[in-house]
Design a protein around this ligand. Sequence first.
Ligand SMILES: [Zn+2]
Length: 494
Amino acid sequence: MAIDTGIANDFEVVIGLEVHSQLLTKSKMFCPCSTDYAYAAPNTHVCPICMGMPGVLPVINEQAVAYTIMTALALNCEIPAYSKFDRKNYPYPDLMKGYQISQYDVPLSKNGYLTIEHNGQVKRIGITRVHLEEDTARLLHRDGYSLVDINRSGTPLMEIVSEPDMRSPEEARLYMQTLREILVYLGVSSGRMEEGSLRCDANISVRPRGQQKLGVKSEIKNMNSFRSVERALAYEAQRQIELLRTGQPIHQETRGWVETKGITVAQRSKEYAHDYRYFPEPDLPPLLISRAWVEELRAQLPELPDARRARYVDEYGLSAQDANVLTEEKALGDYFEQVVAASQTSDRKARAKAAANLVLNDVVRLLKNSSISIQESPLSPAASANLLDLLEKERITGKQAKEVLEEAFASGNMPDVIVQEKGIEPPISDLGVLERIIEEVIANNSKAVSDYRAGKTNALQRLKGEVMKQTRGQAKPDSVQTILIAKLDETPTS
Ligand SMILES: [Zn+2]
């Protein structure tokens, strides 16, 4: 279904996103419980701290703080030397203590940005802050009652708040995709929106174009894919514009996105900061962040997607398009680089191009057909490199390479082993041999020859097919074509 993002010209849409990401730490934010609960039975990864028992004391997870600072650095934020945790009070049954430990007025970082690319234009989206908090328990609603699974309670949760700098649902989706790429590259987040480890809430308002004052906003929740972010915001923008056009008020409220119906529905009136009665968390000391530690973390930052894309274009001579697709998923780019590194070739640029083609066309197709990820590929980077080596040395033809590739993908064997086992002969490189075969084919297929001379173009294909058959596919198609045409044109008409 096409997404209607055609928002009216007389109104401007203003969007800011709040993204929550669980962090890939081994243990929870304030207790030693394991965060590896995805496939665990309910309430098995719990202790008195994450169950919110009275009298227990939380201890800050240093790795979670490090991941948050790394993310903030990657998003060009300032890291203040002093930060602290606060209590955010609200009475929900998924909040075991009756409050969440979060950060209020002195977050771990502030004032950053990230850049998105939209229609060839680069746009900077401000990052207000990146802070650290804890996830809640999970409620499972049944018929007339609810169950609570506390496994998720206390999982480190990083919140990334953007400035209201986005002007269309499409920009919001691009921001979300760019941010996700960065988090996955940093290794701090699994990036799995479908599992809820990466979540997005959006603040959206509309105003007549040219007006400075922001309109009344609503907050949209429950969007669990890039596509639903874009669809929900397009719907909500249209809804608000309709209200303004018909002179009705917009209420500040929280609305939920209903994926199946493609609409947002009112959930509750929006809370304001004072509703939460924030106060400094008395059970935790403030965080004093040394400059030395920040610089240590900065030095540990991996290459980020933008830098990698630029390097693929400069160093490997790839097209911007190929570089984009290869870097979208970090694992795919890693695989591509391993193929290039494992190759026995002196021409690295030519090999990088061949590797990019192999990965983006063939490997991606095979993975898709078997519904597996690149990390699970039975075809190792070394096997892909081996296949490209065989092609470069003209040990196999392009057509044979396709077969060998399918086999290598299915069995996990190395292409050179497969070539040996299947007894694939080297291609006919002796042009004398090829010429004799072509002459025989011409002599034995007079009908096709006269058709060709009568101008029927498909006759050439028939003759070419016959030569390929006679050579058992071991001749190079371009050589066959060239010699065949030359012979047909020189042989005197009988
Ligand atoms: Zn615990």
